[in-house]
Design a protein. Structure first.
Length: 57
């Protein structure tokens, strides 16, 4: 794999991607948790917004 002007073995790139530092995994976990909590609120928000859309539409 050629990145910029340096050649990297594809096997090493796979290892680097599959073995991230623990701090990176913790950050991914934190962001996924934030996303999931926000996504769970969407169906309830959609249901409460529908009557408003019908009245104004």
């Amino acid at each position: 794999m050629l990145i910029g002007k340096k050649d990297y073995p594809i096997g090493q790139c796979c290892v680097d991607v599959m073995n991230p530092d623990e701090s990176i995994l913790n950050e991914i976990d934190r962001r996924v948790s934030l996303f999931i909590s926000a996504a769970r609120k969407l169906p309830a928000e959609k249901q409460t917004a529908q009557p408003l859309l019908r009245r104004n539409g």
